[in-house]
Ligand binder design. Structure first.
Ligand code: DGY
Length: 434
């Protein structure tokens, strides 16, 4: 284990670029939002200063309206190293980040306040107090943006692109993407999508989203950009959904924000209220008793997207679950769909193993990922499910010990998939081993 810890630290060092950490060198050569939050949780075991620096750099790119962008581009990296790169995004004057900072116009799941609190709890002291005082207003502005500008479907918070869910090609999005596909403005762009994609130069095409997915991603994001990233009338966008992982992480982080408010002398009350209200909506509107998990919602049609994905288990993180909910979720987690504790499954897969459209090599349609496994490991511990938590931790350690710090893993064979030297795999392993 000492060797694994050393290699995890070496991976994070290798991916540090002076003010932030890249997810991995070639495939993702910039700073990603939720990656940085998970990376900070790992950096807390190496250097709290660097952990806070990581999140401070990210929030330095916050937009005028409060959104914290999905990607902060590194100006030292050639523009065409990543697609869609800096020239694509074009925020309106005075709308985007500070002058000279270049970002995308989307967001990612808000796990940052929880990361800041995790670092702060591990390292009490004056330097931490100063970092928390500096970060709290920025975190609160991001959550204000989400709760006010992204509010859809009576009190739930929506996303406007699959990239915002963090689980780009999750089976949740097949139906709304299919519906959006027909009349997307940038169909011309989609014609040459294979030539434009950069990810396929660095990862196996069979492990990545398809060209058809990418064509639709581009059309949806172009539509949002072309209306100036306006969040009025969200339901008129080609894609607008409610995601259980996004909402659960927002509610969880809002509780963390309440604690950070307390530490800075601000009012924690409004954060606690918002967290409870969002959790209430999530629990009453998104739980599917027949599937035994939470599902997503197509906000445009009001239709539930009835698939068992790992995102639908993440609400297990929340305090005060309705009665019977914990055992229902644990039953799903340990049943044939996700197989936790079974001899034939390694970690918790991203999608229902029994589903006919599961694809155990392809990104979020089957493989086991370290971040969702870390979220469930944390959830199981918080719910007192110690035996399941321990089993999950040992699966996570074994996957990395056998295959390395890969981006994701085959949930049956344990084969390493996607990129190598992947930062959040290293960071979260450090946390599991702590
Ligand atoms: C990618 O580039 O594939 C990311 O998942 C988008 O955030």
């Amino acid at each position: 284990l000492a060797g694994l810890r050393r290699n995890a630290a070496a991976t994070l060092l290798r991916n540090w670029r002076g003010s932030a950490t890249v997810p991995t060198g070639a495939l993702y050569p910039h700073q990603w939002s939720w990656d940085s939050a998970f990376i900070a949780i790992g950096l807390a075991h190496l250097s709290p200063r660097r952990a806070f620096a990581e999140l401070t750099a990210l929030h330095g790119a916050q937009w005028g309206d409060g959104r914290v962008p999905q990607i902060v581009f590194n100006p030292a990296v050639p523009e065409d190293a990543y697609f869609p790169g800096p020239p694509f995004w074009r925020p309106l004057p005075r709308q985007g980040p500070a002058a000279g900072v270049s970002t995308t116009g989307l967001v990612q799941p808000p796990v940052h306040a929880t990361a800041v609190l995790a670092v702060a709890e591990r390292h009490p002291g004056d330097a931490t107090d100063a970092a928390v005082r500096q970060l709290y207003p920025r975190l609160a502005r991001f959550h204000d943006y989400l709760f006010s500008r992204r509010r859809v479907a009576s009190g739930l918070v929506g996303i406007v692109h699959p990239w915002e869910s963090g689980l780009d090609n999750s089976p949740f999005w097949d139906e709304p993407l299919g519906a959006a596909g027909a009349d997307l403005a940038s169909a011309d762009l989609a014609d040459d999508i294979t030539g434009l994609r950069r990810d396929l130069r660095h990862a196996d095409a069979g492990h990545r989203p398809t060209d058809e997915d990418y064509g639709r991603y581009m059309g949806i994001v172009a539509a949002y950009r072309d209306r100036g990233y306006a969040d009025d009338d969200l339901l008129s966008l080609p894609f607008c959904t409610v995601d259980p992982l996004f909402c659960a992480l927002l509610a969880w982080s809002e509780h963390s924000l309440a604690e950070l408010a307390r530490r800075t002398g601000a009012d924690p009350g409004r954060h606690t209220e918002r967290a409870q209200e969002l959790a209430y909506q999530l629990h009453t509107r998104l739980f599917d008793p027949a599937l035994g998990c939470y599902v997503a919602l197509d906000a445009r049609t009001g239709r539930p997207l009835r698939k068992r994905t790992v995102s639908g288990l993440v609400p297990l993180l929340l305090p005060g679950l309705p009665s019977g909910r914990r055992s229902a979720l644990v039953a799903t987690l340990t049943g044939p769909a996700f197989g936790l504790g079974s001899r034939d499954v390694r970690g918790v897969p991203s999608y229902d193993l029994t589903a006919p459209d599961a694809d155990l090599h392809r990104y979020w349609r089957g493989p086991t990922w370290m971040n969702t496994n870390w979220l469930l490991w944390t959830a199981l511990r918080r719910q007192g499910e110690t035996r399941h938590a321990e089993r999950l931790a040992s699966d996570m350690v074994r996957l990395v010990a056998d295959a390395g710090f890969r981006e994701y893993f085959h949930p049956v064979t344990g084969e390493g998939l996607g990129a190598d030297h992947f930062s959040w795999t290293a960071a979260l392993l450090l946390d599991v081993l702590a």
